[in-house]
Design a protein around this ligand. Structure first.
Ligand code: AP5
Ligand code: MG
Ligand code: ZN
Length: 215
């Protein structure tokens, strides 16, 4: 199964990708997670990317396309993958098409998660993630342990640097200007499937699994 998860910041791409990864035993390829790892490692690429990420803007296409091109060539992608947060521009989508053609692969489905703007802000301001194992939480919808630590490993929970309200607003605007056009891009290719992302996490997963049966 070769899937793209499309949707605005906070739509639930990471949450659903984690569930699909377990279900189908295929890797989640999150450009956001890979860029944050590069920032943590203070690589030259990470240091440059951080400026764009902190402002809620997009990291240049050639950087992100390079990361994904390398990642898709690894053996664990042969049976499928879940792209989470990539592509985000028409140029990235065109580049992905070329990379997949080189690898003799095709996309099965593009799942677009639709969520109201107010719900997105609530999801992002309430999001926490474990500094040790990376598991994600939400203070209201997927709460951590009573003492505020990670339910899985007891680790300390952190808030993402870009989950501040002003940055969230920038990210939303960037999404509408640069990423939302991909809905039409993939609709025209007959690949787009829209899911109501306002349902609870399990219901969203069920909707995705049901539609994937037809892909
Ligand atoms: P990225 O990390 O991709 O961030 P994003 O697209 O803004 O999306 P998020 O990760 O914030 O949201 P999500 O949809 O994964 O939601 P989640 O499942 O966590 O990118 C970050 C930055 O990196 C970008 O701004 C850019 O600078 C750069 N970047 C990354 N990719 C790039 C690219 N391709 N090109 C250029 N630059 C790039 O859910 C959010 C919260 O809601 C969680 O707390 C969760 O528990 C909760 N939740 C989830 N589902 C539900 C539900 N159904 N009901 C209630 N709560 C829910
Ligand atoms: Mg995410
Ligand atoms: Zn943990």
């Amino acid at each position: 199964m070769k899937i793209i998860l499309l949707g605005p910041p906070g739509a639930g791409k990471g949450t659903q990708a984690a569930m699909l990864m377990d279900k189908f035993s295929i890797p989640q390829i999150s450009t956001g997670d890979m860029l944050r790892a590069a920032v943590r490692n203070q690589s030259p690429m990470g240091t440059k990317a951080k400026e764009f990420m902190d402002a809620g803007g997009l990291v240049p296409d050639e950087v992100v396309v390079g990361i994904v091109r390398e990642r898709l060539q690894l053996d664990d992608c042969h049976n499928g993958f879940i792209l989470d947060g990539f592509p985000r521009t028409v140029a990235q989508a065109d580049a992905l098409k070329e990379v997949l053609a080189e690898l003799d692969q095709n996309l099965d489905c593009v799942v677009s998660l639709e969520v109201d703007t107010e719900a997105l802000v609530e999801r992002l301001t309430g999001r926490r993630s474990c500094s040790s194992c990376g598991r994600g939480f939400h203070v209201k919808y997927d709460p951590p342990a009573a003492d505020g630590t990670c339910l899985a490993c007891g680790g300390t929970l952190l808030q993402r640097d870009d989950d501040q309200e002003e940055t969230i607003r920038n990210r939303m605007q960037v999404y509408h200007e640069q990423t939302a056009p991909l809905e039409d891009y993939y609709r025209e290719q007959g690949l787009l499937q829209v899911v109501n992302g306002m349902q609870d996490m399990k219901a969203v997963q069920q909707s995705i699994l049901t539609l994937l049966q037809g892909c």
